[in-house]
Design a binder for this molecule. Sequence first.
Ligand SMILES: [Zn+2]
Length: 328
Amino acid sequence: MPLLPTTTVGSFPKTPSLMKARADYAKGKIRAAALKAEEEKATAFWMETQETLGLDVLVDGEQYRGDMVAFFAEKMPGFELGDLVRSYGNRYYHKPIILDEVQWPGPMTVEWWKFAQSFTSKPVKGMLTGPYTVMDWSFNEHYPDRRSACLALAGEIRKEVEALIEAGAKIIQIDEPATSVRPEELPLVIEAMHKVTEGLPAYFITHICYGAFRLIYPRMLEIPVDNFDLEMSNNQLSLLELFREHRFHKDISFGVQDVHSHVVETVSAIEDRLRQALEVLDLEQVWVDPDCGLKTRTVEEAQEKMRVLVAAVKQFRARYAKSSSQVH
Ligand SMILES: [Zn+2]
């Protein structure tokens, strides 16, 4: 892996032809196979885009997903999709209902991972939603409490992790954006992640965004993953203050771009954020990516954000190589 590996959080905007296919499918105008062909075309487009732009660790772009929880709930026995609810700003989704024992139905993401990996020799992250977030964003009408629902999900999601590893995935990201919403449940997040990852041979990342980090840090570091993918730029790097008080001792995918803004950051703005990061973190700990998934941006904005991100890191590496060769 190069210095400051570049990556993205996971989702890319759906391409215009895929948007049209999804609308047509919803109206019954095209069949599932035609929709899937468009999802593959869009995935191929994003794989080629990432290769061309020169990112180091790639993602499949989640073109086949609607919502990050509903996607899994639709596939897993035990769930039913409920009514459309609104959450987190303008996000609408069918809130799943757990009505029975949840079950792993066999590989849910492995075919997409293999398809994406076939476009590149660089590593493609396996990408799952974590048990705590699936539990938190669902209604539970089966298990006696949140903990037992969460741990049951953890046992089933672990099977998907094993299937990804079996297929060859070396880096697996388990998104837990709900982690920081109820700080008192952090121990449950930790326990569930243990159940998902313990003893498995992969490099694990978890993505957590928006929330009361002040209330879960530094204990958050006990979540058993190698790398925390965090939204840093959206709050003016204020998390660095927490890292100053208590050392961040794992790897970090450091968000250098605000994904909610249409504005594409300049190379020098990103370099500046990196410099601030490296006042508190070691060079070897840091991966570089946008704050969160790019799916809310336009295709052009997402491409441009990635282009600038890679350019900034390349410039940074060149400067670093020059300054360290002067030292030695
Ligand atoms: Zn996020």
